[in-house]
Ligand binder design. Structure first.
Ligand code: NAD
Length: 505
């Protein structure tokens, strides 16, 4: 009998006996390690009701007390992040150091959020009109929903919940059912940090739980990260139900290599950004656009480096470079894209199909794969693969490269590699993408800038974290106040009746 990974409702783990469940795997061994509870309507209702109570309690905390809880969470997380990293590696498969890296990037947002009083303090205009002051307050929304993908079970929720909580909201987090333990671990940590019960709720589940959040009148906003078709569904459905919504979708990130670039630096960057976390990153580089004159040399350099990569169980004492994919189904899908590219005329330079790790033959491994001459009409080029597959596309010029990037459906991240500052400056201006690297392959913005793409990579107006985060998780009230001067009152002066639209004097 495997254990059941529960919801976190009213400050305690909860999984009803006989409820629906789904298997959770260790992708490095292929073994089922647990079952995760899948919420039915009763649990959805219980989770949201608990969050409504949690909001009442938490929003009544003073700013100083809220800040103390955030600092306590930060300290606990920093002291015990190794436990969280081990959970991530066991359910996601990424290597332990990469799991630690994901936590560090999430922790940045926690640290930003500890400074929230400065960012939610509103504004005051004295004597905006004669004897009238105008001021604005930033108040929490209430209960906010976060729906996260499998690929960053700690970092993606941390893009949102530190700021949501700092602003005084209560959070209901619906993590991916593929790696649900990180969310539960973080919920326990919030309790230890002093957050009142209900202010951080975890609702485990599938589409039913998601739809429950989208449709509930008690949930004020939705922050979603996942694939583009689901992001679009979330955006449309949450909007229809009158909610504020930000929905981040998929990606196909290109790296444009100009002939003057340092090709060793480029090859290292392509390896890191293409194969790190087995390519299961929304900011992974999946296409290298190489200007023809340097393409052969670059393909050789990338190929040489791939030969040195070690693939294995991310929890091993001697850490490999790359772990498995999330499921056997996903591995087969990645494999099918290599078949498609090959059938469409691409050259398979390094083939990761059928890859197995000795002693872990049931793990969901896929070897690092390099494709060259990938036709831009192939589905292997136009669609997101989300695996360790790097496609090289040759272009004749900078202009052809930028035109290709701008013709795609996604606009999440991109990078240019060059030593020409003028070309880089033109690139940042012309490219239709939300996050840009200049000689930096994975340009994930720091916590005080915001994260988000363009086009099909983000539905909604607000990006994640940074100033966008504080705007998203607060709503503003503007107050216009008039207090009669005691001297004027003593005169018994009256403004008289005036039915005209208020004007300022
Ligand atoms: P996914 O879209 O399959 O799932 C995301 C979440 O939506 C999960 O919690 C899942 O339970 C839920 N969900 C799945 N199907 C649903 C449905 N039919 N109705 C309602 N909810 C549903 O994504 P994934 O496979 O977990 O994650 C990988 C995807 O996420 C990739 O496309 C990747 O690019 C994207 N991603 C994007 C970013 C970004 O910042 N833009 C960051 C990380 C991941």
């Amino acid at each position: 009998m495997t254990s059941v990974i529960a919801h976190w409702i009213d400050g305690a783990g909860y999984a009803p006996e006989g409820g629906r469940t789904a298997p959770v795997y260790n992708p490095a061994t292929g073994a089922v390690t647990a079952q995760v509870a899948l919420a039915d309507q009763a649990e959805i209702d219980a989770a949201i009701a608990s969050a409504v109570r949690g909001f009442e309690a938490w929003s009544a905390f003073s700013i100083a007390k809220r800040q103390q809880v955030l600092f306590a969470f930060r300290e606990l997380l920093n002291a015990r992040k190794g436990e969280l990293a081990a959970l991530i590696t066991a359910e996601h498969g990424k290597v332990l150091s990469d799991a630690m890296g994901e936590i560090a990037r999430g922790q940045e947002v926690v640290e930003l959020a500890t400074g929230f009083p400065h960012l939610i303090k509103g504004a005051y205009s004295e004597n905006a009109s004669s004897g009238i002051d105008v001021y604005s307050l930033k108040q929490p929304l209430g209960v906010v929903g976060i729906i996260s993908p499998f690929n960053f079970p700690a970092m993606v929720p941390m893009w949102f919940f530190p700021i949501a909580l700092a602003a005084g909201n209560a959070v209901v987090l619906k993590p991916s059912e593929k790696d649900p333990s990180a969310a539960l671990w973080m919920a326990r940590l919030w309790q230890e940090a002093g957050l009142p019960d209900g202010a951080f709720t975890v609702l485990q589940g599938d589409k039913l739980a998601v739809d429950g959040l989208l449709e509930s009148p008690d949930v004020q906003s939705i922050s979603f990260v996942g694939s583009t078709p689901i992001a679009q569904y979330i955006y449309e459905t949450a909007s229809k139900h009158g909610k504020r919504v930000q929905a981040l979708g998929g990606a196909k990130n290109h790296m444009l290599v100009l002939p003057d670039a340092d090709l060793d630096l480029v090859a290292d960057a392509a390896i890191n950004a293409g194969y790190g976390a087995a390519g299961e990153r929304c900011m992974a580089i999946s296409v290298v656009l190489a200007v023809e004159t340097v393409a052969d040399a670059l393909v050789d350099k990338i190929g040489e480096r791939i030969a040195t990569l070690k693939v294995g169980n991310g929890a091993d004492a001697v850490e490999p470079d790359m772990g498995p994919l999330i499921t056997g189904i996903h591995r087969d899908k990645v494999s099918s894209y290599v078949d498609i590219a090959e059938a469409d005329g691409a050259r398979v330079v390094v083939d990761g199909r059928g890859f197995a790790v000795d002693g872990a033959e049931d793990g969901f491994f896929f070897g690092p794969t390099l494709l060259d001459h990938v036709p831009t009409t192939s589905r292997a080029y136009t669609e997101e693969i989300f695996g360790p597959v790097l496609s090289v596309v040759r272009v004749s010029s900078y202009d052809e490269g930028v035109a290709l990037i701008n013709s795609g459906q996604f606009g999440n991240g991109t990078a240019i590699f060059t030593n020409d500052g003028g070309a880089a400056r033109r690139f940042q201006n012309e490219v239709q993408v939300g996050m840009i690297g200049i000689n930096v392959p994975i340009p994930v913005p720091v916590a005080y800038h915001s994260f988000g793409g363009w086009k099909q990579s983000l539905f909604g107006d607000a990006k994640a974290y940074g100033v966008h985060g504080f705007d998203f998780f607060t709503r503003e009230k503007a107050i216009t106040a008039r207090w009669i001067d005691p001297a004027a009152r003593a005169d018994g002066a009256s403004a008289g009746i005036n039915l005209g639209f208020p004007q300022n004097h």
